[in-house]
Write a protein that binds this ligand. Structure first.
Ligand code: FNR
Length: 363
């Protein structure tokens, strides 16, 4: 692959994809203030390197929900991956397995959750958009359990679909081969195409339940038991505390890659208040804007157990299928190892709060 870093992938993928799908993947909500903030906020954080530490070997492996991952980076749930490559989610899941990490499969995947489970071992989580139809939600969770998924990740920040203006401008429509494979039994395709908010790109909005609240999380936990449940899309201490009170095992600090509420904070800026509110009672993960090994180091130093990447691996998928996703993960792994070595952290356990400085140098 020609890219030297994750930031270069977007332009390479642009050459491979039609404009509609490219913009759907790349875009953010409204003025894309939050989308840009996700990058800018990482750049404002400084690292505090320690020197003269033996870094002859550096080990970026860690544990997430009690299971080992070879690097602290997971593949975020991204809908409709056959838009990027014919093999879609199957290719991403195989690359995650090869890298020794977790793929979080979207509810709105273009390959069925059973096919993805059969295509790749390794441990996988199922991302849940709770459906308006409770029985349908229950069926999805049971299918994920039966297929061997090891956690249920409930996305909480899409009660309504964010306004992605590029999709409106492009009048985004998907071909007949791009279908939400897990949901064909649950909904009529016609309902999807005319979802109440936005174009077909907003498939999730037409089917996901805008009435979901914390009682709904209790119910999802009871149906998902014994699997752990994470809530994705937390940006405040208040919601982090509620998540813990409702017994979830993990929260994912995320603004959905700037695709939902424009004006929401960069997730890395929301991380410290969430970590403080959680007080170690659940695992805290983060996504939105991770592009560099140093971004991963900053997130871990501020209390994230691991991070997830979204668009970068989809660009890799568009460029070169499974091999493309694998190269994205290995580029990021190399950068993480380098960042750890240069800041004097031979293991992930060494990456603590003292390694970063927020805001002014006087801190
Ligand atoms: C997403 N994301 C997402 N999240 C989710 O919970 N379910 C989903 O189906 C999707 N679908 C989806 C499609 C596309 C094209 C994108 C780009 C993103 C959000 C995703 O999980 C993650 O939060 C962001 O992508 C992280 O930001 P970066 O890494 O893309 O900056």
């Amino acid at each position: 692959m020609k890219a030297v870093n994750l930031l270069e992938l977007e332009d390479l993928a642009r050459e491979r994809l039609p404009q509609g799908p490219f913009d759907f993947i790349a875009g953010g909500a409204e003025d894309e203030v939050t989308l840009r903030a996700n990058r800018e906020a990482f750049q404002r954080i400084q690292l505090r390197p320690r020197v003269l530490v033996d870094v002859s070997t550096v080990d970026p492996s860690t544990e997430v929900l009690g299971r080992r991952v070879e690097l602290p980076v997971l593949l975020a749930p991204v809908a409709l991956q056959r838009l990027a490559h014919d093999e879609g989610e199957l290719a991403s899941a195989r690359a995650a397995e090869a890298a020794g990490t977790v793929m979080v499969l979207s509810t709105v995947s273009t390959c069925t959750l059973e096919d993805v489970a059969a295509a790749a071992g390794g441990h996988k989580w199922f991302q849940l958009y709770p459906l308006r139809n409770k029985e349908g939600t229950e069926r999805l969770i049971s299918r994920a359990k039966a297929a061997g998924y090891t956690a249920i990740c409930v996305t909480a920040d899409v009660p309504w679909l964010g306004r992605r203006e590029a999709d409106i401008r492009n009048n985004l429509q998907f071909g007949a081969d791009i279908v939400p494979a897990n949901l064909l039994d649950e909904i009529r395709l016609a309902d999807l195409a005319s979802g109440p908010r936005g174009p077909a790109g907003g498939a999730a909005a037409g089917l996901s339940d805008p009435g979901l609240d914390w009682d709904g999380i209790d119910w999802i936990r009871s149906v998902s038991s014994p699997l752990p449940v994470l809530v994705k899309g937390i940006l405040t201490a208040e919601d982090a505390r509620l998540a813990v009170e409702h017994g979830v095992e993990g929260v994912i600090v995320s603004n959905h890659g700037g695709r939902q509420l424009d004006g929401a904070p960069a997730s890395i800026e929301a991380l410290p208040e969430v970590v403080a509110a959680v007080e170690g009672r659940a695992e805290v993960l983060l996504d939105s804007g991770i592009r560099r090994g140093t971004d991963v180091l900053k997130a871990l130093a501020l209390g994230a157990r691991a991070v997830l990447i979204g668009r970068p691996y989809i660009w890799g998928l568009a460029i070169d299928g499974e091999a493309g996703v694998s190269s994205v993960l290995s580029m990021l792994r190399e950068e993480i190892e380098l960042a750890m070595a240069l800041s004097g952290c031979p293991t992930v356990a060494d990456i603590d709060r003292s390694r970063v400085r927020l805001g002014s140098p006087a801190e």
